[in-house]
Design a protein around this ligand. Sequence first.
Ligand SMILES: CC(C)(COP(=O)(O)OP(=O)(O)OC[C@H]1O[C@@H](n2cnc3c(N)ncnc32)[C@H](O)[C@@H]1OP(=O)(O)O)[C@@H](O)C(=O)NCCC(=O)NCCS
Length: 193
Amino acid sequence: MSLEFELQKYPKEIKLKDGSKCKLRPLKKADEQAFHQFFLAVPEPERMFIKHRVVDPEVIQEWCRNIDLHRNLPLLALIDGKIIAVATLHQQSGGWKRHIGRVSVLVLPDYRGRGLARSLVTEMVDLARNIGLDKVEAEFIGEQDAAIKMFAMLGFSNLVRLEDYVRDMQAITHDYVLMGLNLKTDEEYAGME
Ligand SMILES: CC(C)(COP(=O)(O)OP(=O)(O)OC[C@H]1O[C@@H](n2cnc3c(N)ncnc32)[C@H](O)[C@@H]1OP(=O)(O)O)[C@@H](O)C(=O)NCCC(=O)NCCS
């Protein structure tokens, strides 16, 4: 199925564990300020988990002004118009990794523990499968225990752990963890030969 077809599902409302409702929809150009505010609300120590310098307004400006959902699909979760979480599906349009999507997720601290990350990642995995990707992967810093456990619960397995491989903004090294999930069954692979 095409991505355009899949995107027709949004906006979509989901119910969280505590009964509250939130809206899911892809990032739009007009979200620039709200998206920057979202990243500013992420506690400083956690920002090292994010690969990009998201406190810099120019980074968010660049993302919002050059939206290409086929490459980066940020799916926002909003309550009363406020962005409270984002999950992104990253794709390579060509090359070795064109069959592999990369998923990331970030939930603001006040909204954690309500099943939001689980819903967002499940949404992204379903979407990746529906648009024909073979695999999804997720990258972590070794200290992201909660996230690593959550992805494991959703069926992702550890592919690799490299000791002291990445460096944060303070130049401190951390382990790098790559997890992955196959989206195709063995029968489907056999049918492709
Ligand atoms: C990790 C993170 C995404 C979890 O978000 P969340 O919305 O609180 O997660 P959920 O409520 O959907 O929890 C899903 C499962 O993970 C587990 N989990 C979540 N946070 C946990 C924690 N701090 N410690 C242990 N387990 C945890 C829960 O047990 C839950 O399982 P359950 O549904 O059986 O109860 C959130 O803490 C976060 O944004 N962290 C910083 C960014 C990050 O690490 N992103 C991942 C990089 S890709």
